[in-house]
Design a protein. Structure first.
Length: 448
């Protein structure tokens, strides 16, 4: 989670009762108005819709009874972690991340907090209706025995230690926990998700049961209540904490493309933080194996975001298939984002080469000019700078292609949370950031 500027006034909106399929929750009747077009010659927002206040406890307990005993005033959010077309016009599959989480400094050290530790990541089907996002269905992510996987950290020493809402009480690690981000739906109606902890690729059934979690070789994740297969390159063990896989695309032939959110920490965290080189991986759902790996180079951080000078703020949050072996890739900080068009060339495959060996020096991440060093970096072409388009929310993490010249964009509102001790009041209730889950339609003048 990235910090938003805190707002101390709780924002509430009118709600309308409803029972959409499996979800016995309340839905909002009011939203924000659509943005006005800025002209046919420039990319512009044509429509805006928002999600109303749905208490997180009611939402979670409708899916898994008794899973949440105290939601601390948090509403459903985080569904903007990714978005995928659901078939009917205006309908989409979305995915939450691990749930409400923050950071609080204690004795000079940041602790990762889980204010609602019983929350279970969920696949949420939505419909854009006027200026409102309506929840049509929700599917909990569950283990083989039907229990919620939760969003809790997996492994001591590798993942952030989990704490209570006020960072005072340690929580238990959970090897089942998933920090889900990307989502696509397969032809057989099952889902594929990516996760930041492993990092991992997760195959789940149409009703959310984890069928297989594919993790890097050598991870040695034990105790999970579902099948875990070490099928990804071992070099991924060097992923930066909280920066595993975030983007996921499904190519027309069924192959998947996963994007590492940030450069690997190779040979160490300082090298990763300073690097502009990250990686995309191609996974064959037929072979159940990684078949290609590609080097992707970010633009300089001050090009992506003129207000930022910290390279470590660069992230890939979304990848979207737009044809055979063609992708839209979102490069962003928390304040700006740009969409790049890339083509996956066979000649660009670096899988199994020297840069998958973590003893290679300099590492891929350390190369200032990877192309000059013989690395076939993916060529890219700028499609749109979202920072120049009025009405686009900050922290866009989900992108779906609607048609030739229209994209649906959705933000991750972090469940209305901020970082720091001021995120909760004296009664342990959330002080909401006021940032809503917002979906916008973006018209591109020249299409894709």
């Amino acid at each position: 989670m990235s910090p938003h500027a805190p707002a101390r006034r709780r924002v509430r909106r009118p709600v309308v009762a409803g029972v959409p399929l499996a979800v016995a929750v309340a839905l909002m009747a009011a939203g924000t108005a659509s943005g006005a077009p800025s002209g046919s010659g420039a990319a512009h927002v044509t429509r805006t819709a928002t999600l109303g206040d749905i208490p997180l406890g009611a939402f979670s307990n409708a899916l898994l009874p008794g899973s949440v005993d105290n939601d601390r005033g948090v509403d459903l959010g985080g569904i903007g972690s990714d978005i995928y077309p659901a078939g009917r016009k205006g309908e989409y599959w979305t995915i939450t991340d691990r749930g409400p989480n923050g950071q609080i400094k204690v004795s000079g050290t940041k602790r990762r907090t889980f204010p609602v530790p019983g929350f279970d990541p969920a696949i949420v089907k939505i419909r854009v209706s006027g200026d409102t996002i309506k929840v049509l269905d929700a599917i909990p992510i569950t283990t083989s025995s039907g229990k919620g996987v939760t969003g809790l950290s997996n492994q001591q020493g590798r993942d952030e230690a989990p704490y209570s809402y006020n960072a005072q009480t340690p929580l238990s690690y959970n090897p089942n926990g998933l920090d889900t981000e990307g989502i696509v739906r397969a032809a057989d109606n099952s889902f594929w998700l990516v996760d930041e902890y492993g990092p991992s690729l997760v195959h789940v059934s149409a009703r959310g049961k984890v069928l297989t979690r594919y993790v890097p070789k050598g991870l040695r994740l034990t105790g999970a209540d579902y099948p875990v297969v070490e099928a990804l390159p071992a070099v991924l063990l060097h992923r930066k904490i909280n920066r595993g896989f975030e983007g996921l695309a499904q190519l027309p032939g069924g192959d998947l493309v996963m994007a590492l959110q940030s450069p690997l920490s190779l040979p160490d965290g300082n090298a990763g933080d300073a690097s502009l080189n990250t990686r995309l991986l191609r996974f064959s759902t037929k072979k159940k194996a990684v078949t290609a790996e590609y080097a992707y180079r970010f633009d300089p951080v001050n090009v992506v975001d003129p207000s930022e000078d910290d390279t470590s703020e660069l992230k890939i949050s979304s990848v979207v298939a737009v044809g055979d072996d063609r992708l839209l890739v979102e490069e962003r900080t928390d304040k700006a984002a740009r969409l790049q068009l890339v083509k996956l060339e066979r000649k660009s495959n670096i899988l199994g080469g020297r840069y998958d060996d973590d003893t290679t020096s300099p590492s891929l991440e350390q190369l200032d000019d990877p192309a000059g060093a013989g690395v076939p970096v993916l060529a890219k072409k700028l499609v749109v700078d979202l920072g120049t388009v009025s009405g686009v929310p900050l922290k866009i993490e989900g992108i779906a292609r609607v048609d030739h010249d229209t994209l649906a964009l959705i933000n991750d509102n972090d469940f209305g949370m901020t970082d720091g001790a001021g995120a909760f009041d004296a009664q342990g209730r959330l002080v909401d950031s006021g940032i809503e889950t917002t979906l916008v339609y973006l018209k591109l003048p020249h299409g894709i």
